[in-house]
Design a protein around this ligand. Structure first.
Ligand code: DOR
Ligand code: ZN
Length: 438
């Protein structure tokens, strides 16, 4: 057994920032202590903020078939340097991940990843038997709108059969398709994961839903608006499209009133030359998500508690990932140490991703990851990667637990929405969740 002491960490405990030493035994957090405990190795984190590593439920690491854009090693190095300790990969690869055999092949390819990994399974609408036999998947991803790849199911009869066959579904559904998916899921009494919600109209649909989906928003829809696309007609292309300022504001408001459950990057790498020469949708995101959020936190746009909830606790809960998503004794040591004073510009030429451009190029951000630990191993420190392989995530089998939690969460967010409606009627702003003083 190997023991490691992470000395002098600043962590959030019961709403307060406190100084603690974190003692790791192999891959686990064994103790969180006020006292120094002797260990094989001691790393002094000198009061850096230590939070659970981000669990990014939405990345496209492009293997197999599109490895000029990314692969599991480059994507995972990018993730580690951005403080992302687990990722869930999307199925729109070449070939798409629509059979158990293809999933097993992808599993092998992912063994080179240095952050933990899991998979969303793909569907063309005609692979119900494969869906039923797929093991240890996060969800079945249904594309109701066209995007990179050819996985698009527009026949709602098929969508319904997939929803019935799958343990859990994640949907790419925009505007009208989202409305139809919400109605269908309400009728079937199924809760799905709505990827990259991006507009005020979609938030309204979700608020009114009888059966609310879990809601993901992306950093690019939170931090950019359509003016970026106007200025950069090729590089600015992403699905869903960047929206108006009022949509962006609606997303921030939805975070404040509890409608949003996760932040997923939708890391969708393309080479700059591909973006500039042909229609390619998507942005790289794993290297900038936490710095954007930490910077936003220091400008009082989001609290630290909320940022942690959206980037680790909720993804682990919604996808039922074993033993992750909390900085607590007994949990896996997937941690990121952040220097909140470090101020630097986004420079995509230094990215570990093969997609070495960014819509945030040149943006000055305050709050960057300095150390990233995955399963107790230091995989990133001070700009350097340490190539230590990670593990496949374990998804607990879906059973009643999530349905019950879903109901509780639903009740809480319905309550938040009705409070919001009441305060809007009174002409008062919505009360925001209380911040943590830094
Ligand atoms: O912009 C996007 N790019 N949106 C998607 O839905 C897919 C992604 C990709 O895989 O390139
Ligand atoms: Zn995506």
């Amino acid at each position: 057994m190997k023991s490691t002491l992470l000395k002098n960490c600043r962590i959030l405990q019961e709403g307060k920032l406190v100084r603690r030493h974190i003692y790791l035994e192999d891959s686990k957090i064994a103790y969180i202590s006020e006292e120094i405990i002797a260990a094989d190795e001691v790393i002094d984190l000198k009061e850096l903020l230590v939070i659970p590593g981000m669990i990014d439920c939405h990345v496209h690491f492009r293997e197999p078939g599109l490895t000029q854009k990314e692969d599991f090693l480059s994507g995972s190095m990018a993730a580690a340097s951005g403080g992302v300790t687990s990722i869930i990969d999307m199925p729109n690869t070449l070939p798409p991940t629509t059979t158990v055999q293809l999933l097993d092949e992808k599993r092998k390819l992912a063994e080179k990843s240095i952050v933990n990994y899991g998979f969303h399974f793909g569907t063309d609408g005609d692979n119900l038997e494969e869906i039923k036999s797929a093991k240890n998947i996060a969800s079945v991803k249904i594309y109701l709108n066209a995007t990179t790849g050819n996985l698009c199911v527009t026949d709602f009869g098929k969508v319904e059969r997939i929803m019935q066959a799958a343990p859990f579904c994640a949907l790419h559904a925009e505007e009208q398709s989202l409305q139809e998916a919400i109605s269908m899921a309400s009728r079937l009494n199924k809760r799905f994961y709505a990827a990259h919600i991006s507009s005020a109209a979609e938030i309204q649909m979700i608020k009114k839903a009888k059966k609310r989906p879990f809601v993901e928003v992306t950093p690019h829809h939170l931090f950019l608006d359509e003016s970026y696309l106007q200025g950069n007609p090729m590089l600015g292309k992403v699905k869903p499209l960047l929206k108006a300022k009022k949509d962006q504001e609606a997303l921030w408001q939805a975070i404040k009133n509890g409608i949003v459950d996760t932040i997923g990057t939708d890391h969708a790498p393309h080479l700059a030359e591909e973006k500039l020469s042909q229609e390619s949708f998507g942005f790289p995101g794993v290297e900038t998500a936490l710095p954007l959020l930490m910077d936003a936190m220091q400008r009082d746009l989001i609290t630290l508690e909320k940022a942690i909830e959206l980037t680790s606790a909720n993804p682990a809960r919604i996808f039922q990932i074993s033993n992750k998503g909390k900085l607590a004794e007994g949990y896996d040591a997937d941690l990121v140490a952040i220097d909140l004073e470090m101020e630097k510009e986004v420079k995509a030429s230094g990215f570990f991703s093969k997609s070495r451009w960014s819509p945030f190029e040149g943006k000055l951000l305050k709050g960057w990851p300095v150390y990233t630990f995955v399963n107790g191993n230091l995989v990133f420190s001070h700009g350097k990667i340490h190539d230590i392989k990670a593990k496949e995530l374990l998804f607990e089998p879906r059973q009643k637990k999530i349905a019950q939690e879903g109901a509780a969460q639903e009740a809480a967010s319905q309550e938040a929405a009705s409070q919001e409606a009441a305060s809007q009627e009174n002409g008062k702003p919505v009360e925001q969740d209380k911040g943590v003083a830094l």
